[in-house]
Design a protein around this ligand. Structure first.
Ligand code: SER
Length: 330
């Protein structure tokens, strides 16, 4: 059993928190909002019950540095999952805030954990993203992008993710903080994400499950990026957190599951719900999506900590529609 702190309980944290409790860990969930006001409240309640959520909840604004470092000092967690972040679309609208929340708070967490001078280095897990990649000048990004490819992100969110990866590698080498990270694809579950460029897929699932026959999305039909179903994402983040340090050949890993185009997702939904017309109206998020890998190469994660995804587009679509309460016609 470990003492675990989850900072930022949003789309990922609302499924990760209950999974960690299920594994027998002592878990504190820290978020800016009261639990009832978070996007993941339904998911959290389903996992832990309303009282189970409330008794583990700690209100924390991560930009309040004394509150953030004070909570870390009070809890001295064995494992910290730092998930508080602005995503790519919100980050473009407010790049300074994106840097402050995504990078400055990561630095504060690292220096506080480092200051413990613990005999066993505390673990820190910070997710990175496909957004950490971008095309080299005058080139297309490789369709299947490996772990070790020059990182030239075009969004502020991507820049903060690369900075987080580098701070983490430095913390692991020099600051007695056992940092682990992974580059997630766009993630899908029943909790709405907050301001990502991959949200077009989530919007399609939410619309189809609500019985709508039409939806408008902000990308082209041929847009293809990596996606992952949340149960696989939770599995991956716990596996990388728990992997024996001796097996790690790097501090941040690509993880992949599926790479459907927007039109593929629409077709998978249409095959289940019947008429489902998608209007494709690209906006500023299209350029962000076009700068990302179409697929991730994840053989180091497979070799070092036995990563293997469970869900593909078909199985995810069946399960997610059911989780979202879609009533299959008899
Ligand atoms: N889902 C994220 C976003 O769209 C990518 O990590 O910003």
């Amino acid at each position: 059993m470990a003492r675990v702190l989850v900072i930022g309980v949003g789309q990922i944290g609302s499924e990760l928190g209950p999974a960690l409790v299920e594994q027998g860990h002592e878990v504190v969930l820290a978020d800016r909002l009261p639990p009832e006001e978070t996007a993941g409240w339904d998911v959290l309640q389903k996992g832990l019950g309303a009282d189970g959520v409330r008794k583990r909840w700690h209100r924390l604004d991560v930009s309040d540095t004394p509150a953030l470092t004070g909570l870390l000092r009070e809890l001295r967690p064995d494992v910290t999952y730092h998930l508080a972040a602005l995503l790519s679309a919100t980050g473009e609208k407010n790049p300074d805030l994106c840097w402050r929340i995504n990078v400055d708070t990561t630095r504060e967490v690292i220096s506080t954990l480092s200051s413990f001078n613990a005999a066993v280095a505390p673990r820190l897990v910070v997710p990175s993203s496909i957004a950490a990649f971008g095309p080299l000048p005058g080139e297309e990004i490789p369709a299947v992008t490996p772990d070790l490819y020059p990182m030239m992100p075009t969004s502020m969110y991507g820049i903060t993710k690369v900075a987080g990866e580098l701070l983490g590698a430095y913390a692991a080498a020099k600051q007695n903080v056992d940092f682990r990270g992974l580059r997630f694809p766009g993630l899908l579950n029943t909790a709405p994400p907050g301001g990502g460029s991959s949200d077009f897929a989530n919007m399609m699932y939410f619309a189809a499950a609500a019985g709508k026959h039409e939806v408008e999305v902000f990308c082209r039909p041929d847009t293809r990026i990596p996606f992952m179903y949340m149960p696989d994402a939770v599995k991956a983040i716990i596996e990388v957190a728990m992997a024996p340090a001796a097996r790690l050949s790097r501090r941040t890993y690509n993880v992949a599951a599926m790479s459907p185009s927007a039109a593929d997702i629409a077709a998978a939904l249409r095959a289940r719900v019947g008429r489902f017309d998608v209007r494709y109206v690209p906006d500023f998020r299209q350029a962000i999506l076009d700068s990302w890998p179409r697929a991730l190469e994840d053989s180091p994660a497979r070799a070092d900590w036995d990563w293997k995804p469970t869900w593909d587009l078909e199985s995810m679509t069946d399960d997610l529609l059911a989780q979202l309460g879609w009533n299959k016609p008899a």
